[in-house]
Design a protein around this ligand. Structure first.
Ligand code: SF4
Length: 499
């Protein structure tokens, strides 16, 4: 087939399918129906860039897809499809495997691009996709594969080549979800006005429409802006006449009936205080904060989920010990996955050294990720009975999750309780990272560049940038520790709210 004719076919496909329902709409639909509506109705009006991290995920996905393609090519003759028409021709010829096929059902307005179409002994084709995910339970994967099955219109289950090397099958169990997706998408495509939705801190802050949607939520004083108020709870509260932050702040917990995700006095009381904090910027203290005794060492890891072994590789175990200056930053670094075991052992040795040095010490971290990672490494290397591991994960563990201490005891004027939310806030900890753009995803991108770099100077520069970011993270948790101690000694104005 000539290059020009392939281009013509692609253009024809694009024009014919612009307003159709695509399996790729599924992940956006599962996240926010307004985002789907905006994607379909405002295409081109907002610059939807791809973040470096998303690009890295795409590249890794393509790399894995190529690896699966190579494996299939060792067993079958694989034909690449260039258009809907070409896919149909290849299917009519009963070729063994079609790569990047294009499936169209004009009647149902459905279009799908399965990575592979594999000829089954029954003479029908079976759709297969390559996913980095280790499970096929995700809604978006079920819908995508379910849609391919619907267009193919046969009884064969679809296949998912998972990121951990396993293959999952998806059959008729996906039908109800696919039905709901299609019905919803048809309604969304027919709507002239954007659908009403609620704010979600985790989804909205990374959405390209954030600047467009947030002013509306704020102008309406939408209660979903309040930490702990789920969108579904907000809908139920609104149906009872409680739809603004002011109304919530002026309520009393006993008068609010139980609604989904907001049941019981404690949660409702917390939500009311959170609404008050949002309005006034004040800090509410629910309980005294108990900080463990001992020498505090701040701890934060950087890990890469995109590995060839499909297990997260900790490339940096970062630590900050007394007197907590810039130069007290200590760490274990590994250049790549082949050093994974050595990095883990070096980390345990460092912990043993601290243990010898300090009779009691606290290993302070923010969120449960560090503890979970230590447990996973102990399982990975069959070291659950190793003395240091037993101590780290046992009843007298030195690990201390500062996030839990904050969330359990304080109500802060924040929409989220991530380390940066609380530390960067000028009226709270007020610690600023040297690199404004740095973050855990940024770190993974830098590490992937480090892996790819061949020039030693470029490599060192990337490593230093990652170290600098991790050092800021542990210095931030140190600042947070001091801030919490000041709260305990009443140096920071709080409003006491004893339960
Ligand atoms: S900003 Fe939030 S509400 Fe708006 S489209 Fe994005 S995810 Fe949906």
């Amino acid at each position: 087939m000539l290059h020009e004719s392939r281009q013509q076919l692609l253009t024809t496909d694009k024009k014919a399918t612009q307003t159709m329902i695509k399996p790729s709409d599924a992940s956006v639909w599962a996240s926010c129906i307004r985002r789907v509506w905006l994607d379909k109705h405002q295409a081109g009006q907002v610059n939807i860039g791809v973040s470096d991290f998303d690009q890295l995920l795409r590249d890794s996905g393509l790399e894995y897809e190529t690896a699966v393609l190579t494996k299939l090519q060792q067993q079958y003759i694989v034909h690449k499809a260039y258009s809907i028409k070409h896919t149909r021709e290849l299917m009519q010829q009963h070729v063994p495997v079609i790569y990047q096929g294009r499936l169209l059902d004009e009647q149902q307005s459905l279009i799908g691009y399965p990575d592979f179409l594999i000829l089954h002994e029954s003479g029908h084709y079976q759709a297969a996709d390559v996913k980095l995910s280790h499970s096929a339970n995700k809604k978006s994967i079920q819908i995508q594969l379910g849609l391919y099955r619907r267009i193919l219109n046969n009884q064969l289950p679809a296949l998912v080549f998972l990121g951990d090397g396993n293959t999952a099958t998806l059959g008729d169990e996906t039908k109800p979800l696919v039905d709901r997706f299609i019905t919803d998408m048809e309604a969304l495509l027919a709507m002239d006005e954007q659908p009403t939705v609620r704010y979600s801190h985790s989804k909205c802050r990374i959405c390209p429409y954030f600047e467009r949607c947030t002013p509306e939520f704020e102008a309406n004083e939408d209660v979903s802006l309040i930490y702990g108020i789920h969108g579904n709870s907000a809908n139920h509260l609104a149906s009872m006449g409680l739809s603004t932050i002011t109304q919530l702040a002026n309520s009393c917990a006993e008068a609010i009936p139980d609604v989904p995700h907001l049941k019981g006095y404690k949660k409702k009381h917390h939500a009311i205080l959170q609404a008050k904090a949002y309005q006034t910027g004040e800090i509410y203290q629910l309980n005294d904060i108990t900080l463990p005794e001992g020498m505090w060492i701040h701890f934060d890891i950087e890990d890469n989920p995109l590995t060839t072994t499909h297990e997260r590789h900790v490339y940096l175990w970062g630590l900050l010990a007394t007197p907590y200056s810039f130069n007290d930053f200590d760490y274990v670094w590994t250049d790549d996955e082949t050093q994974d075991y050595q990095g883990w052992i070096n980390f345990l040795e460092k912990i043993d050294n601290y243990r010898t040095q300090y009779s009691t010490f606290v290993l302070a971290h923010y969120s449960n990720h560090e503890r979970t990672t230590i447990r996973k490494y102990a399982e990975r290397y069959a070291m659950k009975d190793h003395a240091t591991v037993v101590w780290l994960l046992g009843n007298n563990s030195p690990l201390f999750d500062m996030q839990k201490a904050v969330v359990d005891n304080l109500v802060l004027p924040l929409k989220g309780y991530g380390l940066k939310d609380i530390c960067k806030h000028k009226d709270l900890v007020n610690f600023q990272w040297q690199d404004e753009d740095s973050g855990s995803q940024w770190s993974v991108v830098q590490f992937s560049r480090f892996l790819a770099a061949t020039d030693p100077h470029a490599k060192l520069k990337l490593k230093n940038e990652i170290l600098s970011y991790n050092r800021d993270d542990v210095m931030a948790t140190r600042q947070l520790e001091e801030w919490l101690r000041n709260i305990n000694s009443s140096k920071i104005r709080t409003i006491k709210e004893m339960n």
